[in-house]
Write a protein that binds this ligand. Structure first.
Ligand SMILES: [Fe+2]
Ligand SMILES: [Fe+2]
Length: 193
């Protein structure tokens, strides 16, 4: 049987996520190296591993539906990842942690929105994996939030960039086990876009 054709928006989301995960993994390599606290360093190394796993999982989805990898995104996110990776060594501890958390906050919704698109086609078999990836991103977000929560810079950055102690780009609860996946969508997860 021919694979079902995906909405162009979904195909593009998958392509961007695939390449974006590479940028994230690269960024975390540099980030981990710039950190002094061995425990935080280990945690960031683990997050890098998670992102490589996501990349593999997104690729499997793309292959199932015949979505080709975008050379443009691969190139673009390669460069972005390398730049952030290097920047981590020069801009102090706060900003890399802050912007990592802010980015992760948005990534949560990426996977929930993908689930919505699949569901719109009547495809529910990817619900569990997409939800699992969203929860992982939420765990990453929570980790970075914990790292910056006591910084005196946080209130200022929160005001400026819309993410921090009180506000984020999703309301997903990573601690909730086995929710009814049929009811998890962008709206119920507080995704703003
Ligand atoms: Fe990820
Ligand atoms: Fe992540």
């Amino acid at each position: 049987m021919m694979a079902m054709k995906l909405q162009p928006e979904l195909a593009d989301l998958l392509r961007q996520a695939y390449s974006g995960e590479k940028a994230a993994a690269f960024a975390y390599i540099g980030h981990a190296r710039s950190l002094r606290d061995p425990e935080v360093r280990r945690a960031v190394k683990q997050i890098e591993e998670d992102e490589w796993n996501h990349r593999r999982e997104v690729l499997a989805l793309m292959q199932e539906y015949g979505v080709p990898v975008s050379r443009w995104y691969e190139c673009k996110y390669h460069i972005i990842g390398r730049i952030i990776s290097t920047a981590c060594h020069v801009i102090g501890w706060f900003m890399p942690l802050y912007f990592a958390g802010r980015l992760e906050s948005g990534n949560v919704c990426e996977y929930i929105v993908m689930k919505d698109y699949f569901n719109a086609l009547g495809i529910t078999k990817h619900d569990a994996i997409l939800y699992e990836m969203a929860v992982k991103e939420r765990e990453h977000e929570d980790f970075f939030q914990l790292q910056v929560k006591d910084s005196r810079l946080l209130p200022f950055f929160e005001k400026l960039f819309g993410w921090g102690g009180r506000q984020g780009f999703n309301t997903l609860d990573a601690s909730k086990k086995d929710p009814d996946l049929a009811k998890v969508d962008a709206k119920s997860s507080g995704c703003r876009r």
